[in-house]
Design a protein around this ligand. Structure first.
Ligand code: 13P
Length: 252
């Protein structure tokens, strides 16, 4: 089992081009200095071009936060996987809880995005996670299991191999209240076992499952020490170099 952890910053709707440039310039030396994880940043669409040029030849990978599942067409305001590939993206986040909640994205629509990303050799980061009400009702495995099954419907094994899963409990996003390492590990193990059922144990062992939700310098080490946690999808703490650098260097 050799899963290289992926530490990715999801900048959400933050950072003008100049601010994004300053942040990435500060992150490059840190990312280049670690060999035990891969680092990615997912800026807003408007900063992808400038950041793509900056990270060339560095150890920072580029990701987008969303896409529309068509190559091109009359879809005003949307961005296609072909465009993301063209600009230098390696990853694309899909199914983030904010998109599910504010933009009514369904598992079926998210599934379409995965297939279109695969066509352009982009690696999807598929986000799943339960709300507080669902957790309190003891339904977290039911909810996350359904998101995984529907999100990955008909995804063949060779495409699954290129997919990253991010477990992001909605109650932990932007709240400062992270899942405990034990709570996260339990869900990651559940997801991996489910991937084993859908595919096979060998494939399940090779898939990276990130944790997201209030990851900070103070909790990253403990979260990352869990057997089935293979990286972090970081929101707020990825917006400041003095917080994201210690997260990147979680093992130093
Ligand atoms: P926070 O790290 O701000 O809780 O956000 C997590 C997240 O949504 C990453 O995709």
């Amino acid at each position: 089992m050799s899963r290289i952890p992926l530490i990715a910053g999801n900048w959400k709707m933050y950072k003008l081009s100049g601010e994004a440039t300053d942040l990435v310039k500060a992150l490059i030396p840190a990312a280049n200095s670690v060999d035990y994880c891969e680092v990615a940043v997912c800026p807003p669409f408007t900063a992808l071009s400038v950041i793509s040029n900056l990270v060339k030849g560095t150890k920072i990978s580029l990701g987008a936060q969303n896409c529309y599942p068509e190559k091109e067409g009359a879809f005003t305001g949307e961005i296609s996987p072909a465009m993301l590939k063209d600009i230098g993206c390696k990853y694309t986040i899909v199914g983030h809880s904010e998109r599910r909640k504010y933009f009514a994205e369904t598992d079926a629509f998210i599934n379409q995005k995965l297939f279109k990303l695969y066509e352009y050799n982009l690696l999807p980061i598929l986000c799943v996670g339960e709300t507080l009400e669902e957790r309190e009702a003891g339904k977290m495995k039911e909810v996350v299991g359904s998101q995984i099954k529907k999100g990955l419907a008909n995804v063949p094994e060779e495409k699954m191999q290129t997919t990253v899963i991010a477990y992001e409990p909605v109650w932990a996003i932007g709240t400062g209240k992270n899942a405990t390492p034990e709570q996260a590990q339990e869900m990651h193990l559940f997801i991996r076992a489910l991937l084993g059922e859908i595919y096979n144990a060998t494939l399940a062992e090779s898939i990276r499952i990130q944790y997201g939700g209030s990851v900070k310098p103070s909790n990253v080490k403990e979260l990352m020490s869990q057997k089935d946690i293979d990286g972090a999808l970081v929101g707020g703490a990825s917006l400041k170099s003095d917080q994201f650098i210690p997260i990147i260097k979680f093992r130093d």
